[in-house]
Design a protein around this ligand. Structure first.
Ligand code: IMP
Ligand code: MG
Length: 176
């Protein structure tokens, strides 16, 4: 891994504590009902892995990949499904697991796309939220942290596919 300067924005204990709280909140809300989790690849995989271990529910998993920023820091505004779900959402309680809500373009599109598949309920949990960047409205039932308008990496989030494995959320200070 390149040794750029990374400034820690949210450290590992804070993330772990908050993920545990979110897991407890979600477990209370869906108590006694099976929950179908949809992880938005690739960024949300770390969050999913930690969150699901705090869910005291019968859960099932599915994965979806949509077009990302690639090596850019700006949204293209174009949403494309690269990998679709394996199973039907019909009559299921569905929770989208996302890493970060930025402009809302991706999730606004996904909500409409998944709602059309007739789930019993459809909600979202996002680890991070940048409300100041919103272009399209999106309802997130559960939010880990609200953050300022900074490009962040770590805990699943990448910059040009790098830094996903960092256990904290940080900001790149000196880019090469
Ligand atoms: P949106 O469609 O603009 O809300 O963007 C959502 C997607 O953009 C996220 O799922 C991330 O993959 C990516 N993204 C947005 N902000 C950041 C960031 O600060 N760091 C890394 N990826 C980001
Ligand atoms: Mg993502």
């Amino acid at each position: 891994m390149d040794h750029v300067n990374l400034k820690v924005l949210i450290d590992e204990p804070r993330i772990q504590q908050r993920v545990k709280e979110l897991g407890q909140q979600i477990s209370t809300h869906y108590h006694g009902r099976p929950l179908h989790l949809i992880c938005i690849l690739k960024g949300a995989c770390v969050f999913l892995a930690d969150l699901m271990r705090h869910l005291d529910l019968d859960i099932s998993l599915d994965f979806m990949a949509v077009s990302s920023y690639g090596k850019q820091k700006q949204s293209s505004g174009q949403v494309k499904i690269i990998k679709d779900l394996d199973s039907s959402l019909q009559d299921r309680d569905v929770l989208i697991v996302e890493d970060i809500l930025d402009t809302g373009l991706t999730l606004n599109y996904l909500f409409r796309n998944l709602q059309a598949r007739c789930p019993r309920s459809l909600e979202m949990v996002t680890l991070l939220n940048k409300p100041s960047r919103r272009i399209m409205p999106v309802q997130a039932a559960y939010v880990g942290f609200e953050i300022p308008d900074l490009f962040v990496v770590g805990y699943g989030l990448d910059f040009g596919e790098k830094y996903r494995q960092l256990p904290f959320v940080g900001v790149i200070e000196n880019e090469a």
